[in-house]
Design a protein around this ligand. Structure first.
Ligand SMILES: Nc1ncnc2c1ncn2[C@@H]1O[C@H](COP(=O)(O)OP(=O)(O)OP(=O)(O)O)[C@@H](O)[C@H]1O
Length: 587
């Protein structure tokens, strides 16, 4: 859809407010053209000494009342038009946010946060300017020009009026020529602003890495290059505007001069009265604003069009992960999981990351997945959450193909502790209760106790009301991990997934958490991804993933007897542990 029909959908929703605003604008403009007429009458009356004091008073009262009307009218059109533009901006922002919440992770893999943020801020700002001030400028200038021109033609002189209109024609022709150029320049500038915002966002998120690798100077240099690029693009716009706007002033100035010369000449030879010449003078001045407004509106429309396109890109993006036509009405799951010849290739990759996985996980089972890094463990659990789509017939939950389960049901029935343990900048209490509607403190504390984080929280000055810094930086790695485990436990879902979630805790704490999990998760399915044998050894089933393939499956004892990859890993880890112990003993 082109930008204009797209944005008109929103304008139409508020057509009555726009109509009210435009009518008020029209009334204000209509009233204001009477002021020159009244001053013309007074001037002519005074020149001919034919006007009485009471007529002057009546004219002045008329001017006063018109002035009052103008003040009220101007308030009203501002309220209707600026207000509506702000409402549409808010609506677009809400819709963009809701739409982005539905987008799949692939979308976020290819769209940077800074770019998205720019669309929410500076682009929506430009859209608002095009929907409010630009609309006012256009209507005001068109209405004002028509009214002034009619008055000038009727009250002063037709030829003079036509002369005064020349700049208007030049502006229209200029916009037709430069509109596209401006549009291109604005699009490039906005892309550059997005790029800059991306850079800033990444630099601040990665500030610890930047400091640790002493990359401060390099970052400052890169930032300054990107900043320069944004400035260059803004300068190109500024240069064009710097030529066009003064040029416009010159054209308007020359045209006014020519009109006044010709008007003065007509007054001298007696074709128009002095009063009409005075009125004409005021009319010419009244035309200056619509002409400038027209050019302002042209700039705002060009800017707005470029930004509407960028907003549209968000709203028109389609998610690949959504409920299909074959979706069931299922709203709870028991936790039976089956992988049936599961093969999966990431978008853009040529070879599969998971290959022909077949496995039944009856509800209540604790499955541990172990394997070297980059072997597809996280991908496997991401597929269970349907963060990526799989082909039909490859994953079943409670005997329903995953593609037929409503996404809401699926995700409500799975509690997930992601590898990055993301926490929000909120209180610990809110972070733990994030996945549930309940704010019940006893449940929050129980979850925190199971995740072995309660004692830490109790020692924080604000306890559960402690605010976690952005991305949880005020907590240690282990505290963040355990807080995310508490958040998942609080959800008490039929399926729990812990993706390498015990890597940052010591073995004692790990043992405690695993013990609590065994109690809490009785009868419920749990999937544990880990690198340490100590984490997985008590699981009902252990799957060894190697190069995306399920190489071994069984209990700890079975796998040790098998003498394969698992046994090899076990022995290596035992050896590492005993070397560690010997080193401690020597010291
Ligand atoms: N969104 C993605 N697009 C393309 N390739 C991806 C994507 N996510 C992961 N991969 C690739 O898939 C492979 C498996 O990644 P995955 O994160 O599943 O491994 P893992 O076994 O969980 O690793 P680790 O133990 O280090 O967490 C890796 O080679 C990775 O580069």
């Amino acid at each position: 859809m082109k930008p204009l029909p797209f944005i008109m959908q929103y304008v139409r929703r508020y057509k009555y407010r726009y109509i009210a605003g435009i009518l008020t604008l029209f009334a204000v403009d209509a009233a204001s053209v009477f002021i020159p007429k009244l001053t013309g009458i007074i001037t002519d009356g005074l020149t001919a000494r034919s006007i009485t004091w009471s007529s002057i008073r009546t004219c002045l009262l008329g001017i006063f009342l018109i002035g009052l009307l103008l003040a009220v009218g101007r308030f009203l059109w501002r309220y209707f038009l600026f207000g509506t533009a702000r409402i549409i901006e808010r609506e677009l922002r809400n819709e963009m946010f809701s739409h982005l919440e539905t987008m799949d992770v692939e979308y976020y893999n290819s769209h940077k946060t800074g770019d998205l943020m720019t669309r929410f801020t500076s682009d929506l700002n430009a859209v608002r300017m095009a929907l409010g001030p630009a609309v006012i400028c256009i209507f005001d200038s068109v209405v004002m020009t028509l009214l002034v021109v009619c008055q000038m033609m009727y009250y002063v002189n037709i030829k003079l009026t036509l002369l005064a209109l020349i700049p208007m024609v030049i502006i229209c022709l200029g916009y037709m020529h430069y509109g596209k150029v401006l549009d291109d320049l604005y699009t490039k500038r906005q892309d550059s602003v997005s790029n800059l915002a991306d850079f800033v966002q990444e630099s601040f998120s990665g500030i610890r890495v930047i400091k640790a690798f002493v990359r401060k100077q390099a970052e400052i240099l890169s930032f300054s290059k990107k900043n320069q690029d944004t400035m260059d693009k803004s300068m190109r716009i500024a240069k064009l505007e710097a030529i066009l706007i003064p040029l416009l002033d010159v054209i308007i100035g020359f045209s006014s001069l020519a009109s006044l010369l010709y008007g003065g000449y007509l007054a001298l030879i007696g074709q128009i009265t002095l009063g009409r010449f005075v009125a004409f003078n005021q009319y010419v001045n009244m035309l200056v604003w619509p002409m400038l407004a027209c050019s302002e509106a042209a700039v705002m429309f060009s800017q707005g069009t470029a930004s509407i396109r960028r907003v549209q890109e968000i709203l028109e993006a389609q998610t690949n992960v959504k409920d299909t036509a074959s979706v069931t009405t299922l709203d709870t799951l028991h936790g039976d999981i089956r992988f049936d010849h599961l093969t999966f290739t990431h978008l853009g990759n040529t070879s599969p990351v998971l290959h022909d996985i077949n496995l039944d996980i009856p509800s209540g089972t604790t499955l541990a997945i172990i394997g070297r890094t980059g072997n597809g463990k996280s991908t496997l659990v991401n597929l269970l959450l349907r963060l990526y789509n799989t082909e039909p017939g490859m994953i079943y939950l409670d005997d329903h193909d995953i593609n037929t389960i409503p996404l809401k049901t699926l995700r409500e029935n799975i509690a997930y502790v992601p590898q990055d343990n993301f926490l929000f900048s909120d209180t610990l209490k809110a972070n733990i209760a994030f996945g549930t509607k309940s704010q019940d403190m006893s449940r929050i504390i129980a979850a925190a106790k199971s995740a072995c984080i309660h004692d830490n929280i109790a020692n924080f000055p604000d306890n559960y009301d402690t605010i976690v810094g952005e991305r949880g930086v005020t907590l240690s790695g282990g505290q963040k991990q355990r807080s995310s485990i508490a958040r998942a436990l609080m959800k008490n879902a039929p399926i729990l997934i812990l993706d390498d979630s015990l890597s940052a805790v010591d073995t004692d704490t790990e043992e405690h958490i695993l013990h609590n999990l065994r109690d809490d998760r009785k009868g419920k399915t749990t999937i544990l991804i880990a690198h340490r044998i100590s984490t997985v050894q008590h699981a009902d089933l252990i799957m060894v993933l190697e190069n995306g393939e399920m190489k071994e499956l069984g209990t700890h004892t079975e796998l040790i007897q098998k003498n394969g990859i698992y046994k090899d890993m076990f022995e290596k880890q035992q050896l590492e542990a005993s070397i560690g112990e010997q080193e401690v003993a020597i010291r």
